[in-house]
Structure formats: structure tokens, C-alpha cells
Design a protein around this ligand. Sequence first.
Ligand code: COA
Length: 373
Amino acid sequence: MTASKKTGGLAGVVAGTTALCTVGKEGAGLTYRGFDIYDLADNATFEEVAYLLLYGKLPKQKELAAYIARLKTLRGLPDELKAVLEMVPADAHPMDVLRTGVSVLGNIEQEGDFSNQEHVADRLLACLPSMLLYWHRFHTDGKRINVETDDDSVAGHFLHMLHDKPPPEMHQQCLATTLILYAEHEFNASTFTARVITGTLSDFHSAVTGAIGALRGPLHGGANEAAMELIQRFSSAQAAAVGVHKMLAEKEKIMGFGHRVYTTSDPRNSVNKKMSKALAKEAGNMQLYDISEAIEKVMWDEKKLFANADFFAASVYHFMGIPTYLFTPIFVCSRITGWSAHIMEQRANNKLIRPAADYVGPELQEWVPIDKR
Ligand code: COA
């Protein structure tokens, strides 16, 4: 067997070191800088987690207050960027909108030398929701919204801009919890993309632009949107069970299930599932939750495949009135913290990332002139 067969998709290959995160290691399913994800989901705010990832330690009270205040000052968008967002077509995918938005911002607010990198990280964290919802509201309601709301949290800022009013506490908290769960995940495809781009000594915005492109696909972040579309195809738990059995028989992939690293469960799923149930109860309609549970049961019974972070995140977002096509962009608004931390970690000890390939093409051949082919 060739090396590439053994390591298809680089599965199991250790491609570098990180002090940011463990995935599926002994004892704890997921940790950020040594903190268990369940401790963070139960006790931290998303802004504390962002600070932990970006600045290497949990903030003290005063530091957190200053950080929240600072992020609030970084929410505004330059007029040139607003003009571009207004020109991007209404039917563009919002992931493409964010990809373009970050790239344009990199032209307007050029990074310059790397001494500014923490500022760029905070700026992107603060203004990604602004970009997304400025574009969304402009094209759906024809409104040029104020993106500089007074909400303390990223989750509150997001929901406020989406629904034009401060969000209910429960929704804000649930959204913030999903942001914590999505914030960081070691050498996943988009983070690795960001590190490869960073490894060439390119700029911050280029690395994030590339990462957004990688996250967009349904095998990665795009799975939360695909999961919602699947759940909404069915009108009852029974219909879902029948439908998913049929899909499996036809060898279709069920989005929101399985994982490259976890083998028996995704630790983030139980948290999302609990929130999905609570929000379904709040909405007074358990149908979508029951359908989701039925799909989960078939996947485990038939394939021993478990729901990953994306599956129940989908209904959590749906119950808050978030349109499906904004689900993967929410992942961006969270994972920007992990990407930024990895970009800075890569720069701190940089080495160009350039692996080798097993050649499987033809032997050396003689050149044939065009009239003799
Ligand atoms: N639905 C149905 N079958 C699945 C599956 C799914 N979601 N995930 C994996 N499998 C099956 C594959 O068909 C394959 O079966 P085979 O060996 O009979 O061909 C086997 O399990 C291994 O899957 P593979 O895709 O090769 O594993 P991977 O490590 O390359 O992929 C994922 C990991 C996440 C890409 C994969 O599980 C997947 O595509 N999941 C759906 C997309 C998703 O939810 N992505 C978000 C990840 S957090």
C-alpha cells in the first residue's frame, strides 16, 4: 500500500504542534488551552473563551470588561465595505459574502507588519456579524441597519441586528453556547487551510479568506445547513426513520453525522441536543426535535454513526428564527477565534507547510511534436 492510501485525506497524520486544543484525547473529548469544553459551555461567556484562545489565559474581571468594551468599538463597517456588500447579489451564499467581505476589509484596513495581528483578530471577531447582517438586511428588507448596537455579547449583537430588537435572554445564551462549542477544533480543514496560508508569511486576511472557503463545504461547516434541509424534508419522526433508512440503502451521506477524529461521540452534541430540546419546548412544538432524534437513532442503530456538532446546532438556530443560510456563517463568527489563534501560533514558530506526494502518473516520456500526435 502506498503512503497516500494509508493516510488518505491525511487521516491520523500529525502535521504540527499546537497549544490551543485537544480533540478526542484521553479523558476529555475536547479542550481549549487545557479547559474542558463542558466547563466552558457551562460557565464561560463566548467573549471569555475568545480571550482565552487569543490571549492565552482566562481574563480577570476587569480585563473581560475592557475586552467586551473594546469589541463593541470595533463593530462598525467602513463605507467602502458597505458599498461592496450592497453590490453583492441578494442570491449570493452568505459564506461567499463573508469571504468577499474579509478580503475587501484586508484592502481597506491593510494588516501591514505582523505587530498589529491581535488588533486584526479582534476587529474580525467584532465585525464579521456586522458584515453578514448588513448584507442580509439590506437585501431582504432594503434597510441600511446600524451595525453598532450596544449589546455586550457577540450573540446579542448578532440576534439584535437580525431581528431588529434585543434578543430574549434564553436565545442569546443558547447562541453564545454554540459559539463556544464551535470556537476551536485543532487541525480541522479550515484551520489547516489558514495555517498553510500563514506558513507562506502571507497576511491575516488572506488566511481567514481561505479558511472561510474551506469551511463552506458540506463535509465541513456547511453540514449544519445540509442537516437542517434534511430534517425539514420530513413531516414526522416515523417518516424520518423510513426516509433515512432509504437514504442509507442508497449509500447517501447523512449530513451532521460522523467525524474524522471522534469515534464514538462528538462531545459537543449533548450540549446542542439539550438546547434544541429546551428551545423546542419554549416554541411549543416538538416536531423538529422528534424528527432529529429519530434520525439520530437510525444513524446509530444502522451505522454506529453519531451526531456531530452540526446536527442539533441546526435546530437550535432554527428555533431562534435564524434562516438556514446563515447557519454556516455563524460558525465563521465563532471559529474566527480559533483561526486567529492558530494564525498567531503558526507565525510564532513559522515553517513553510509543504508536504510531498506519491507520484502515480506516467513514466518519463518523450516529447511528441504537435503534427505527430
Ligand atoms: N452518512 C452516511 N455514511 C457515512 C457518514 C454519514 N454522515 N459519515 C461516514 N459515513 C460512512 C462512509 O460512507 C464510509 O463508509 P464506507 O467505508 O462503507 O465507504 C465510512 O463511513 C467512512 O466515512 P468517510 O467519509 O470515509 O470518513 P472521513 O473520516 O473521511 O469523513 C466526515 C469524516 C465528517 C467527512 C464524514 O463522516 C461525513 O461526510 N459526514 C457528513 C458531513 C458532516 O457532517 N460534516 C461535518 C463534520 S464535523
